[in-house]
Design a protein around this ligand. Structure first.
Ligand code: HEC
Length: 303
């Protein structure tokens, strides 16, 4: 029999104990740090999306790409490299005075049982923004195709059909009546939401505040935010902000997407510059992320 296993198989619990022991003995905490120099930086364009909601994107009278989008083409298929132009035109349309486009660098790595992400970009007046990453798998077609847009609705605060409902982010999957003005308060019963959660039909959200505080949550019927198990930081370096965040690959409960080696996920980045709120943000079109290896916009290689 040829020897199948390239490495001795040590139970994971023993490996963890051994590693924790060695690291505690020999290395300072910072030695867990990823060697970012070994990772490739993906340039991701973010732009100001104005009031272009999920519903408007689906409607032919408000979006020329609606028919093909409905047929399955992704935003990125059609709008790759148009982000800066779209940001400028949406800012003009809605009278938005902040910066309307920016390119950020995204790096990813897997170390041990964690995914590490680093984002960086030019700071405004030496100040850091808050940044969020929404991550999803292929279980829900709408988020795989459109990333953040599946959570961005016409009846959300500051959007065209906002009449004071105070709805935040949600996915159409959580509503029983999705109309041209949004899904409103037609939230499905909890038992149905639980089915969606169990099937991975939601967006898993990581957020890094300008202060460096990290948070973790998910979007389904609304945005649920809570504590981050992992670590996050934000710093300013040579006029650029650098945000880092780490999360376990495994899911620790409902509302978390488990990340498996060799699989491809999609993500969208949202950035709030200092002083901007709600929809006054810069967002990316959906990009792909693979874990360990594989073909995607961003590959989180193991270190
Ligand atoms: C089949 C191609 C196609 C797809 C898919 C598509 N679009 Fe479009 N989109 C267009 C075309 C064509 C226009 C009108 C021409 C233009 O303004 O660039 C447009 C216009 C826009 C605009 C206004 C641009 C401006 O200059 O103000 C935004 C914003 C936009 N699309 C966002 C999206 C988002 C977000 C998605 C995915 C959820 C998407 N589009 C999917 C083709 C597409």
């Amino acid at each position: 029999m040829p020897h199948q296993s390239p490495r001795p198989i040590v139970p994971r619990s023993r490996r963890l104990i051994a590693c924790a022991f060695v690291c505690a003995m020999v290395l300072p905490a910072a030695s867990w740090a990823v060697d970012w120099g070994k990772t490739a930086a993906a340039e991701v364009s973010l732009f100001y999306p104005g009031q272009m909601s999920w519903e408007k994107v689906l409607t032919a009278s408000s979006h020329k790409g609606a028919t093909k989008f409905r047929a399955g083409e992704t935003c990125h298929d059609c709008h790759r490299d148009e982000e800066a132009e779209m940001g400028a035109s949406q800012a003009q349309l809605t009278g938005f005075a902040g910066r309307n486009a920016v390119t950020v660098q995204l790096r990813a790595a897997v170390q041990g049982d964690s995914l590490h992400l680093q984002m960086s970009g030019p700071a405004v007046d030496g100040k850091a923004p808050s940044v969020a990453i929404m991550l999803g798998n292929e279980a829900l077609k709408s988020t795989a195709q459109a990333g953040c847009w599946a959570a961005c609705h016409d009846d959300a605060p500051g959007m065209a059909s906002d009449s004071g409902q105070k709805l935040g982010k949600y996915l159409p999957r959580s509503r029983s009546r999705n109309t041209a003005t949004g899904g409103g308060d037609s939230v499905r019963p909890q038992a149905e939401l639980d089915v969606a959660l169990a099937a991975g039909e939601f967006l898993d959200v990581l957020e890094i505040e300008a202060s460096g505080t990290g948070e973790r949550g998910h979007v389904l019927d609304k945005l649920h935010m809570g504590e981050l198990v992992g670590a996050a930081s934000m710093r300013i370096e040579n006029g650029r902000w650098v945000a880092e965040i780490q999360r376990p690959l495994q899911a620790a409960g409902s509302g978390q997407i488990a990340l498996e080696a060799g699989k491809v996920y999609h993500l969208g980045i949202a950035l709030h510059d200092p002083g901007s709120e709600g929809r006054e943000h810069l967002v990316s079109l959906a990009r792909s992320l693979s874990i360990g290896s594989g073909s995607a916009d961003i590959v989180a290689a193991s270190q």
